[in-house]
Design a protein around this ligand. Structure first.
Ligand code: 6GU
Length: 234
């Protein structure tokens, strides 16, 4: 898979891309991540990439030409144009389902904006989808791009050490993950639940499922409602 990121701040990506699972996935050749600086495509001598909004209002808007020329430049580097995603709080909300969808693509292109947003013609000309990572406003799309890269890359086959660990993740079955314990058996007077030491895998599975439901009820009751609506599972 190839992931392109178009950004005004490529330096922000250095550390997250060079650590842990994402680093290993690149070394294993599962994903190639290419950063492009939108400012390299600013025409004017002072490298302007934003301007005031027509109709007035606060802030600045990303100009269409530098972004679209940067996009054209990365698209021509490969035969496949890729799925183009504009990172904006106005987008479809990113979730595990979309992460899986993107992990199945051969190429995605993430465009991180700054200022008040993108000139609408960028979306239209690039035929881009808009994606948001949640209901809050970040100062730019870079952190959102990193979130998406991390969530997608760990789903690529061969990316994780234990192939089961993505299947067991929270959300993969519509529930939050059950509580986990490791050594020691007793810590600060708190004991690991007996069932986990029992060796009885049927009982352990049952306990974990029950705990997952309890955790979801307490922290994310909306997920249980979604489950009921979509699958009548619980
Ligand atoms: Cl994708 N961008 C920005 N600027 N803010 C956000 C976001 C994206 N997702 C949530 N908030």
């Amino acid at each position: 898979m190839r992931i392109d990121v178009l950004t005004l701040f490529p330096d922000m990506f250095a550390s997250p891309l060079s650590l842990s699972i994402v680093k290993r996935a690149q070394h294993r050749g599962l994903v190639q991540i290419a950063l492009s600086n939108i400012r390299d495509f600013a025409a004017n001598s002072y490298k302007k990439v934003d301007d005031t909004p027509y109709g007035g209002g606060p802030g600045m808007v990303m100009m269409p030409r530098p972004v679209l020329e940067c996009l054209e430049n990365v698209q021509k580097q490969e035969s496949l144009n890729g799925r183009v995603i504009l990172l904006t709080p106005q987008g479809r909300k990113f979730d595990q389902k979309l992460a899986k969808e993107l992990a199945a693509e051969q190429r995605i292109i993430l465009i991180a904006g700054h200022y008040e947003g993108f000139d609408e013609r960028i979306r239209i000309v690039a035929n881009a989808e808009e994606v948001s990572i949640g209901d809050y406003v970040l100062s730019g799309g870079e952190l959102a791009a990193m979130v998406i890269i991390d969530a997608v890359v760990r789903l690529l086959p061969g990316s994780l050490g234990d192939e089961d660990s993505a299947a067991n993740d929270s959300f993969s079955d519509g529930l939050l993950e059950y509580p986990q314990y490791t050594r020691p058996e007793e810590f600060n007077g708190l004991k690991v639940p007996d069932v986990l030491l029992s060796g009885n895998h049927a009982q352990i599975d049952k306990w974990r499922k029950q705990q997952a439901i309890e955790k979801t009820k307490a922290n994310r009751p909306d997920l249980l409602d979604d489950n009921k609506k979509s699958e009548n599972k619980i």
